[in-house]
Design a protein around this ligand. Structure first.
Ligand code: GLU
Length: 297
């Protein structure tokens, strides 16, 4: 009897990539749990990366607080933690390569000159000297970037007007988020990204960079952003409070309700491990489809 080889199933690699600008609030844990469940329900890997490049915004103790919150909830990640601050040489090498290929140019436009989200390309032909304080922008073109978000559907119109030469290295020498995230996701072989809808407008820029660098584009699932009853996004800027994870079951139950997974009431008494096992088995990301915000109580 002949045996049929099973087709090679690609391992799903997801990740959670918080910035250490403060402890995790309900909104960030909501995204963390969604990305964890999405990876785990497909027997995938779930990586943790600390996006700590924006040093003026980093807060002492934030990374430790983030790690202990995830551990308390039983959201165990695979492999070593990646720190963007340790990848600066890799980013610079790729910037140098793009520079040699004339994809980058120096720009000294102040915020005052810039209006709205599009950049006029004013510095494209100014050829500023290297010694002059400058940011680096990548040249873009008018071709639309379109993609299908697994939760939000076809995304195209959001960008065409907004996609313009964008900054890949800031004037203060900090590598821009858009650039670092693309390099890291590629180096870590991330092929499925679950994150908040607040980053939906960044995604076309990232896809543009992936195409420029010849990287594959991961699958995206942008989950709703939690907002407060006044309509403001829960964020460190709006002083969203850190979640007390000393009672992990209660936190997980609340998060699962917010993620519209309808955990059965008797699970309120369950341990965190039991709740996560239930959630992995029952994970229905489609419950979040076509919603960009969700009001937290
Ligand atoms: N570090 C980013 C943040 O905390 C998220 C990066 C990403 O998911 O692409 O907002």
């Amino acid at each position: 009897m002949s045996t049929l080889a099973l087709p090679d199933k690609k391992t799903i690699i997801g990740r959670f990539a918080p910035s250490p600008t403060g402890p995790l609030h309900l909104g960030s844990l909501y995204t963390a749990l969604a990305s964890f469940l999405q990876a785990r329900c497909q027997q995938g890997r779930w990586l943790l990366r600390i996006d700590d490049l924006d040093t003026p915004r980093n807060r002492p103790g934030a990374t430790t607080a983030i790690l202990s919150a995830l551990e308390n909830l039983g959201l165990h990640w695979d492999g070593p933690i990646a720190y963007q601050s340790q990848h600066r040489a890799a980013y610079q090498a790729i910037l140098d390569q793009l520079d040699q290929q004339h994809w980058l140019y120096r720009c000294d436009c102040s915020r005052k000159i810039l209006t709205g989200e599009t950049y006029s390309g004013r510095c494209r032909t100014r050829f500023l000297s290297r010694d002059h304080p400058h940011a680096l922008r990548v040249k873009t073109h008018t071709q639309n970037i379109e993609f299908i978000d697994s939760l939000q559907g076809a995304i195209k119109e959001q960008l065409t007007a907004k996609l313009s030469d964008f900054i890949v290295k800031r004037k203060d020498h900090i590598i821009a988020y858009q650039f670092a995230v693309v390099i890291d996701d590629h180096l870590q072989q991330v092929n499925e990204i679950v994150r908040g809808c607040d980053l939906l407008t960044s995604t076309p820029k990232q896809i543009y960079l992936q195409q420029l660098l010849g990287y594959p584009t991961p699958r995206y699932l942008h989950v709703p952003v939690l907002i407060d009853p006044q309509g403001y996004k829960l964020s460190k800027q709006t002083l969203a409070t850190a979640v007390d994870t000393r009672n992990p079951s209660a936190v997980l139950f609340t998060l699962l309700e917010l993620l519209k997974q309808q955990p059965p009431a008797p699970l309120r008494q369950a341990s965190a491990a039991e709740l996560l096992a239930w959630a992995i088995n029952h994970w229905q990301p489609a419950a979040l489809a076509n919603q960009q915000t969700h009001t937290a109580p």
